[in-house]
Structure formats: C-alpha cells, structure tokens
Design a protein around this ligand. Structure first.
Ligand SMILES: Nc1ncnc2c1ncn2[C@@H]1O[C@H](COP(=O)(O)OP(=O)(O)OP(=O)(O)O)[C@@H](O)[C@H]1O
Ligand SMILES: Nc1nc2c(ncn2[C@@H]2O[C@H](COP(=O)(O)O)[C@@H](O)[C@H]2O)c(=O)[nH]1
Length: 599
C-alpha cells in the first residue's frame, strides 16, 4: 500500500458562467457568501472503507441531480460482470497503468487491497469543465494526495455503524471472495482511524440508515454545488475505535448461503397468507444487527440533519460477480451476456417452471448476467438442487429466491409479489418468464381424459394469465413496467401430433400465442411501456416428453434421438436476446427449430 505519489499540477478549470458571475455588475456589490464561492466548481471527495456504501451514496447523488458528475477512476482490478469500461472504471493493464503514472496522468493513485487505483486529471477536469461537482470515490491514501494537490473540494469520510455491519454489507454485496472480503475488512480499521488525521476530512457521515445518509450527504453536496466552504467543526475532536474483533467472514458468507437454502413455500389456499410468507426463513441480503457494536463513538453527532423516517434500503444490484464467477459459458449458450442486457442488472426476474429444462437454463442465464432470480416451481427438491447449482457456479445466493408455488392456484400466485418484496424491499418483478407448460398423451379430442385437458388448460393458459395478472398489478402499484416473455412453443403455430391426439395441447399453446398478442395490445392501449415477447421453440431436449408420457423417461429419449434437438440453453439465449433489445424494439415472437426438424 501507499506508493510515493507524484501529483501533477492543475485541475484548474475556468468557472462556467453562473448566475452570480454573469450579472451585469459582476459582483461589484457586496458579494454574498454564495457569489464569492461560486468562482469555481468544487469536488466532493467520498472516502471510507470498502463496502461502507460510498458507491451507493454517490449513485444516489448523481442519479437525483444533474449538478453532480462521477470521476471515473482507473484500476488494474479485473472488471466485475456488470461493470463497463469507461462507466464504472477505466480497466487498465498494470503495465499501461505504470506507463500512465510515469506520464503524470494521475491526480492521485494508490495500491488499494492489492490493486492499483487512480484518479486521472482528465477525469476530474471533464466533470468540472461541464460545470458540475466532481464526485470522487477514493480510498484514504487517495484522499491525502488529493488534499495535497490543492483541489478545491469537500472531503467526507463515510463510516459504517459497526464492523459487523460492514462485514454484512461486503458479504451481502457478493462481489468478493471470502479472502478478499477479509482483506478489505482487515484494512478497514486503519482506514477508519484516519478520521483522526487533522485537516483531512471536513465531515464524518455514518451510513447507518441509507435514506438518512443520502439526505445528509445531499446537504453537504449542495454546499459543494454552490462552491461553499465546508462548515467548520463537522468532524469530532477525537473518534475512538471500539476494539471489537473482526467478524468471521467465512461464517457470515456461509450463513448467507445457508439461510437461503430453504425454498420459500407460497401459502396454500387454506393458509393465512401473511404468516406463511413471513414465517419462512428467507435470507436477507444484508441482515442488520441491532446489537452491533458501534465502530465510532464521539461526543456529538458529527453531521446535523433533520430526523428522517427511515425507509428500507433500495437494494443495489447485488450480483457484481467475483473472480470465481464463471462467465456465461456453454451451460447457457455460447453467446455470453448479450449487448444491451446491462439495463437489467440488479432487476428481478421471475421464471416459472424453473425446476428443469428451459426454466432452469433461463434462471442460470439471467442470474449469470446479474439479475436477481425468483425461481418458481412445484418441486421443492429440484429448486434446492437449482440453488446448489447456482451456488456452485458462483451466483451469490442473495440474488436467488426459490419459491415453491403451483401456478394453477390463484391464492399461491397472488402472494408471489409479496414474497419478492419481502426478500428485496422496494423491488418487484421486472421480468416475468411464463415458461411453465405441459402436455399429456391421453388428451384425444375423441375420447381424451378430461382431467388432462383441465391440467393443460390450467397450467398453460390460466397459469400464464394468473401469473401475468399478479405481476402486472404489482408493476402498476410500483409504477414500473418491465418485460413479459411467454413460452408459446411451435405448437402455438401448428398442430404437430393432430392424428395422435395432440390437438388439445396445441390449442392451449395457440391460446398462449393469442394471449401474448392480446397482452401486447392491451399494453399499447393503456400506453404502458410494458414489453411483451413470445418464444416458440420446436423440439427441445427436456422432460416435456416424459411428463407427456406420465413419467416415462424413455419417451424423452425416443422423441429427441432422431437428430440433434434444441437444448434448453438455446431457448434461454433467445429469451436473453429479447430482453436485450433496445426499448424501442419489441420482439413479438421468435420461432426456432432444430435444424433437422421438418414440421
Ligand atoms: N445504509 C446502508 N445499509 C445497508 N446496506 C447498505 C447501506 N449502504 C450501502 N449498503 C449496501 O452495502 C453494500 C456495499 O455498498 P457499496 O458497494 O456502495 O460500498 P462502497 O463503499 O462503494 O464499496 P467499495 O469501496 O468496495 O467500492 C451494497 O450491497 C449496498 O447495497
Ligand atoms: N486512491 C484511490 N482509490 C480508489 C479509486 N477508485 C476507487 N478507489 C477505492 O478502491 C476501493 C476498492 O474499490 P472496488 O471498486 O474494487 O470495490 C474502494 O474503497 C474505493 O474507494 C481511485 O481512483 N483512487
């Protein structure tokens, strides 16, 4: 840590015309505090241990006002799956980074937790020149260097309420391995000690309740936007660090995985919905500990601000990946994460029929691409298996919610949005993949089993409609409309086994096709930005044929052995593509067959 730093001179920029400076009298009258200070835009430097919430706070600041711009740093760290070059960081090879240090490109740089990070002069200048406050998210060493550089700015140290909270946040974020989290947490104590360095920080902000912290930071940032100096005395004389032992990260991480191992059971019709939903041990992404030891104690509250009604933290996109997370590979197609998919990072997708085949593959593809996945199916053991599989491929289980639910039961379906918002407060289903569907081979229109007709109709048609209804009602409530993808199937377009009694099944799929188009038209009629897509695969190698033959696995082999059939991952890729299209493109139906399939 702590390379000797050469600080290049000059992030001096011309102040853009402001209301004060462009007045005809040019400030000749007694200048107000605001007018004096407005000569230069200012920087807002956020400092604090890894995982304390600097990025979360910076994001809130920038998304809520165009007065602020982010200084995109350079780093030699590998990008996480959701991170984009030039947006989150400029990901730079070590050699290149060293070269750029030599060229004096950096205002500051430091080795942090084993990687190099640096703020380029150009990054800061480009924000300041646009007349915005430049928000820096840097470590303590960087803060010292920026202080030295003379850049005008307000320096805010963000502290966690406790080391235990910090550990929970790092573990809950799911972006680092146990070793990396331990390393970051080990460094946190010394970083927090830096609050006592005289003149380094202007404010100490404890990020306990997020909404309250956002409010306080906005008040500080407002000063920076006005070019005002920080208020004096906002850092306590002395901060005492409790000598608490570091939390056991491995246990914490395992606890998170363990907590999540019990799939949620959607309440059965006979049960009271609320207790059943609440009664299930669902892992919270970042459990808060009421009894946690405070990290810092000080005589007076360092940052004043009105008491806020505390709102639940809007969850961040949690899946940022770790070095151990495999990139999307053959398990869900060779295509990787399609371009355009970034908009769904951290959003919630609900997949029905998730216990096998296309549903399973779609869950995998979505989770690997950074989406929070709600896997809905009837078979609990299969959901548990899917969860273990997710865990083994590096998907943070905080991003995975298995729910045992029969989509043909209205009462169970109706509780799904509540289960989702309990797990991820302030979130709801953004993507619905209506995948569940089934067929039976005793459904002849001459003399078929009426029970099989009912089963197909209930699952394929009514299940799809009830799921859609529940999700749209929830989208309406949240005022946020996403994307619904219906698995129509090729049978929605033609009758494959008419002479063998396949007509009824095809009729249910034709209904799904019509419903998909009806839904699209209703969305257009209501002027909602909801997008609706259909996917119509031909023969896919799944349990479909075994289910159709009432559990005869041999039926699947027979139906899929004549040629290379579609794989579930091929269909998942089609789903991912639909979702990736820009908002002005609505894919209405993708028909895909195995190349050798004739009809
Ligand atoms: N007040 C809060 N209460 C609970 N969780 C929080 C709070 N603020 C942020 N978090 C969560 O803590 C995790 C870490 O936050 P974030 O990534 O913003 O930290 P950071 O300080 O930017 O970390 P790093 O320095 O490693 O980039 C995230 O999952 C975020 O949602
Ligand atoms: N000195 C600097 N520190 C930086 C810079 N950009 C980020 N950081 C700090 O690094 C850690 C780890 O970040 P992560 O993205 O790997 O989690 C974090 O605490 C940042 O504050 C920089 O340009 N200079």
């Amino acid at each position: 840590m702590g390379a000797e730093q050469s600080v290049p001179a000059g992030v001096e920029v011309q102040a853009p015309a402001t209301a004060a400076s462009s007045q005809p009298d040019g400030g000749a009258t007694a200048a107000t505090d605001d007018q004096k200070a407005a000569s230069l835009p200012s920087a807002l430097v956020l400092v604090g241990p890894s995982g304390v919430g600097k990025g979360t706070l910076a994001k809130r600041l920038i998304q809520d006002s165009d007065q602020f711009g982010f200084s995109v740093s350079h780093t030699t760290r590998a990008p996480r799956p959701n991170e984009q070059h030039g947006v989150h960081y400029f990901f730079t090879a070590k050699e290149q980074f060293a070269k750029e240090i030599g060229e004096g490109k950096f205002l500051e740089y430091a080795e942090v937790h084993g990687n190099l990070y640096g703020t380029s002069v150009a990054a800061v200048r480009s924000v300041l020149e646009s007349g915005r406050v430049c928000v820096l998210d840097i470590d303590v060493q960087g803060a010292r260097a920026v202080r030295k550089s003379g850049l005008k700015g307000i320096f805010v140290f963000i502290a966690p309420p406790s080391l235990e909270d910090l550990a929970n946040r790092l573990a809950g974020r799911g972006t680092e391995t146990v070793e990396q989290i331990t390393r970051r947490l080990n460094n946190a104590k010394a970083e927090i000690e830096s609050i006592n360095e005289k003149g380094l920080y202007d404010y100490l902000l404890i990020n306990d309740d997020l909404e309250e912290a956002v409010k306080k930071l906005k008040a500080i940032a407002d000063r920076a936007a006005k070019g005002l100096d920080p208020e004096p005395g906002m850092v306590p004389e002395r901060v005492v660090l409790e000598d608490a032992p570091l939390p056991d990260i491995r246990a914490l991480t395992e606890q998170q995985a363990g907590n999540a191992s019990e799939p949620v059971q959607a309440p059965q019709p006979a049960q009271e919905p609320a207790p059943a939903v609440n009664g299930v041990a669902v892992a919270d992404a970042a459990p808060e500990s009421a009894s946690a030891t405070p990290v810092v104690t000080s005589a007076r509250p360092p940052v004043p601000g009105p008491p806020q009604a505390s709102a639940a933290e809007p969850q961040q996109p949690l899946y940022n990946g770790t070095s151990s997370v495999p990139q999307p590979g053959p398990a869900h197609g060779e295509a990787g994460i399609p371009t355009g998919f970034e908009k769904w990072q951290g959003k919630v997708a609900l997949v029905t029929g998730a216990s096998s085949g296309i549903g399973w593959a779609t869950c995998e593809a979505l989770a690997s691409a950074g989406v929070r996945v709600v896997a809905v199916a009837r078979r609990k053991n299969r959901l548990e298996e899917l969860q273990r599989h997710m865990h083994s491929t590096g998907v943070p289980l905080v991003n995975f919610l298995p729910v045992v639910c029969d989509i043909t039961k209205e009462a169970e379906v109706a509780t799904l949005p509540k289960i989702v918002s309990k797990r991820w407060p302030d979130c709801g289903v953004d993507i619905l993949i209506n995948n569940a569907g089934m067929s039976r081979n005793d459904a002849s229109l001459f003399d078929g089993n009426i029970g099989s007709w009912v089963e197909m109709l209930s699952t394929n048609v009514l299940g799809t409609c009830m799921m859609t209804r529940a999700v749209i009602q929830d989208m309406k409530r949240r005022g946020s409309y996403g994307h619904i993808v219906n698995m129509i199937g090729l049978s929605g377009h033609r009758i494959p086994d008419g002479p063998q009694g396949g007509g009824f099944y095809a009729a249910t799929k034709a209904a799904v096709k019509t419903i998909t188009e009806g839904l699209r038209q209703e969305a257009r009629g209501a002027r909602l930005p909801l997008r609706v897509s259909g996917i119509s695969p031909g023969i896919v190698e799944t349990e479909f044929f075994a289910v159709r033959a009432f559990g005869d696995d041999e039926a699947t082999r027979k139906a899929t052995s004549a040629f290379k059939c579609l794989q579930p991952a091929d269909v998942a890729d089609a789903v991912m593509w639909c979702l990736s299209c820009p908002n002005h493109v609505e894919v209405n139906d993708i028909v895909l067959r195995p190349t050798e399939q004739l009809i």
